[in-house]
Write a protein that binds this ligand. Structure first.
Ligand code: SF4
Length: 790
């Protein structure tokens, strides 16, 4: 007959006990100060949710709990855990075998013998003397329950010198399925384990096996540690137990940490600062520099971007600064004093640092960009250190010389950014879209489709809420998204009905999977891992992984030139560039595209696309219908007859001059700085102008006329000087003639053509600084094939 369990008093509700969470955890008893501090971080609702028994110090989570639950044996009245495939616990299996039953006849299996129900306290016997045990002593016979009496006998046989009081304190309780016994653990350790478990459930959303928790509690009891950080991991080094121990310990430590505690360490856990990863100062050997670097990092981190439950690159940026300081420290170590004396450092040491970076770049150990960033970041930190007053007398870097600094001209020029070319060609996009069905899980396909359709950043796609689709006043679909990079939340993007259907289909999938979660708590693309309630989204990393797997599985992608396209260019972010390019090619004005891309500056948008070849040609064709030489003779009257090579030549074989272009080869080669005729363009045969320069020509004519009147009226000039300063009448009449020719050319057009030319001129002029095609200057020589054609 089994031993009866002790009575279980009702756990008081958190609100019924004054004095914070400590009494809630310990049923009204006030634990020591450290335990109370940890208990104060516990949420009473969480304790209730996980079935914490404050009187008995036992955890009894419901079997149906999404993270702490367990699979129950399928035999009707059995409450044992059954982890095997047929969901029958070992006890019931033995009973089945004994009775000769099979799975089909489970219903006739007799009920299990249950332990005696709890008794009122007045009828209870004395407790078993093993601290962790919840059972009663065998009345009148022994000090222990039956199980522990037997265990003690066995322990004495194994160790005749067994110290019984120690055994009582550390002996394990009788294991009960679904129950984790924390008796015999220090109050502080109990609070810390509960705290770690709370954070693990809330932040990680990861499942925890009750069997792992039982083993963890048993190890803690054996070691009798006073605080969790003193625990030495025991038992298996693989499986789920070490992960549980590690995460509970880390969460408990982080929850109790303060930045004041962290900043004195040499390796910081950035989670305490809201970032991810660690920050390691051990690479900086000089005491003053390491302390100053810590002060800088502590000053800098609060200004960095943070996102709940998400990694950001902020920690990485700070780590990079510290890495650059470690490189500086390495150079200072070569000094006789090891660089330990700030006052002894001078410009020479900084030059040594610069030489070292140049050497590392020459050896290929660092990139040009890394060299530039190293200079820039060391400069930023040293400047900030001075601004923080750390170089004042008595401070960390007292008397650090003013010449121990980096200046802007010490920073190597940053490599010029390549022209935007990260978009994917149309024919490649077509091939990709034809094979979307091959993307693995449906939600990953949705992510890729949305990236293609909307051009949002991977991070923005992954973090879409379930309720991300809405309609504008006219009923057109609008995507709601958060631009985390620029901290602009609740942005709106017009989308097509096709994209809206992709979203609604995914919404249906999510709802079917998480029917109980309120829609406001759901995400559109829930991850498959650690996500019991559908509130955790896939990460950009996992989306990129699925996308890469899909791309690799595709057959070779062929360009229109019949060559294989390099699949390494097909990354999720390339769809954003493709989106920008697609809209630019369709004639979307840059200011509208800026809005669509959710950029603050048009210049940022302009970096995302090239002026589309088709659009450029269209604009060039339009303006070339009204192109003139210096005499006002119209050239290329039929733009449609323009040869392809001529289009290219116009783009690469001319150089911008005021109100037109110059085709003089030596001047083009010199980038427009080597006119052999002192820029007398309106009298030069190499000069061309067109309708897009009409405003410039008009302004120039006004300027010439104004100058002519001013110089004529001037009394302080000699005649020869006046004659030389006066604009020539030939130039004035030539410019006036050009203007008249262009205007009359416009008058010859009908209203529709005039409108088209006007649009083309607007486009050409708006993007002229971007070298949109008219009038474009390139120093790069034509390739051999083009030169032969021209
Ligand atoms: S004067 Fe002639 S060669 Fe000189 S820049 Fe003008 S167009 Fe070119």
């Amino acid at each position: 007959m089994s031993t009866p369990l002790k009575a279980v008093p009702a756990t008081p509700s958190p609100s019924s006990i004054p004095g914070g969470a400590g009494p809630v955890v310990f049923a009204g008893r006030l634990p020591d100060l450290q335990a109370r501090a940890a208990a104060a971080l516990l949420d009473g609702a969480f304790l209730t949710e996980i079935g914490w028994d404050a009187h008995q110090h036992v955890l009894r989570p419901a079997a149906a709990h999404p993270l702490l639950g367990r699979p129950l044996c399928r035999v009707g009245d059995c409450e044992a855990t059954a982890v095997n495939v047929d969901k029958i616990c070992p006890g019931c299996r033995r009973r089945m075998e004994k009775d000769g039953l099979d799975i089909a006849s489970l219903t006739v299996l007799p009920p299990r013998l249950r332990p005696r129900p709890f008794l009122p306290a007045a009828l209870e016997g004395e407790d078993c003397r093993v601290v962790a045990c919840l059972r009663e002593r065998r009345r009148g016979i022994a000090e222990y329950c039956e199980v522990h009496q037997a265990r003690l006998r066995a322990a004495r046989r194994a160790d005749p010198a067994l110290e019984e009081s120690g055994w009582r304190a550390t002996e394990s309780p009788v294991s009960v399925a679904g129950e984790v016994n924390f008796r015999g653990l220090a109050d502080r350790v109990v609070c810390e384990v509960l705290l770690g478990l709370q954070q693990r459930c809330r932040l990680d959303g990861v499942k925890t096996k009750d069997s792992d928790l039982r083993v963890f509690a048993e190890h803690l009891r054996r070691q009798q540690v006073r605080r969790l950080q003193d625990y030495v991991p025991a038992g298996p080094t693989v499986g789920t137990l070490p992960a549980l121990v590690g995460s509970v310990g880390t969460h408990a430590r982080r929850a109790q940490s303060s930045t004041e505690d962290e900043v004195v360490k040499d390796v910081w856990d950035l989670a305490v600062f809201g970032q991810n990863g660690t920050l390691d100062f051990t690479g900086i050997s000089q005491d003053w520099l390491r302390r100053a670097a810590k002060r800088w990092a502590a000053d800098d981190l609060p200004r960095r971007r943070v996102r709940p439950n998400r990694r950001t690159s902020s920690g990485l940026a700070v780590r990079h600064h510290i890495g650059c300081l470690a490189r500086l420290s390495q150079v200072l170590r070569l000094r006789e004093d090891g660089g330990e004396v700030p006052a002894a450092l001078s410009r020479t040491d900084m030059e040594t640092f610069l030489h070292r970076l140049a050497y590392l770049e020459s050896c290929g150990q660092i990139s040009k960009d890394a060299r530039t960033r190293s200079c820039r970041e060391v400069r930023a930190v040293l400047t900030r250190i001075r601004a923080m007053g750390l170089t004042r007398p008595g401070q960390i870097a007292a008397r650090l010389g003013e010449d121990f600094a980096l200046h802007t001209d010490d920073i190597p020029a940053k490599p010029e950014r390549a022209e935007a070319d990260r978009d994917l060609p149309g024919e490649i996009m077509r091939q990709l879209c034809e094979q979307l069905d091959r993307i693995g899980p449906a939600h990953m396909r949705t992510a890729v489709e949305l990236a293609i359709d909307t051009g949002r950043r991977p991070e923005e796609i992954c973090s879409l809420r379930y309720e991300c689709l809405t309609r504008d006043g006219e009923g057109h679909p609008v995507l709601l998204f958060d631009n985390h990079k620029a901290q602009r939340l609740g942005r709106r993007l017009p989308i097509s009905e096709t994209t809206a259907t992709v979203i609604t289909t995914q919404q249906q999938r999510v709802r079917a999977r998480y029917p109980l979660t309120p829609p406001g708590d759901l995400v559109l693309l829930p991850t498959d891992r650690r996500n019991p309630d559908g509130s955790r989204a896939i990460t950009p990393f996992s989306a990129a992984f699925s996308h890469r797997t899909w791309i690799k599985s595709l057959p070779p992608l062929i360009t229109r030139d019949r060559v294989e396209f390099d699949k390494r260019h097909i990354v999720l972010y390339a769809y954003r560039h493709t989106y920008a390019q697609r809209h630019a090619d369709a004639g979307v004005p840059v200011d509208v595209l800026c809005e669509l891309m959710d950029h603050r500056k048009i210049t940022t948008t302009q970096g995302y696309y090239r002026i589309g070849e088709g659009r450029r040609r269209g604009a060039v064709d339009k303006v070339t219908t009204l192109q003139f030489d210096r005499h006002g003779n119209r050239i290329w009257r039929q733009a449609a007859e323009l040869m392809d090579s001529e289009h290219v030549r116009r783009a690469v074989g001319s150089v911008a001059v005021p109100f037109g272009t110059c085709g003089e080869p030596s001047n083009v080669k010199a980038g427009g700085h080597s006119c052999p005729f002192r820029f007398r363009c309106t009298g030069c045969d190499h000069f061309r102008t067109d309708v897009s320069y009409l405003p410039d020509l008009t302004a120039y004519l006004d300027d010439l006329l104004r100058n002519r009147e001013r110089i004529r009226a001037a009394v302080e000039l000699d005649d020869w000087a006046r004659a030389e300063a006066l604009p020539s009448e030939e130039e004035i009449s030539r410019v006036r003639h050009l203007i008249n020719r262009i205007r009359s050319g416009m008058d010859d057009l009908d209203a529709g053509e005039r409108e088209q030319v006007h649009d083309a001129v607007t486009l050409v002029r708006r993007h002229r600084t971007l070298a949109l095609g008219m009038p474009r200057m390139r120093v790069a020589p034509l390739d051999a094939r083009q030169e032969k054609q021209s």
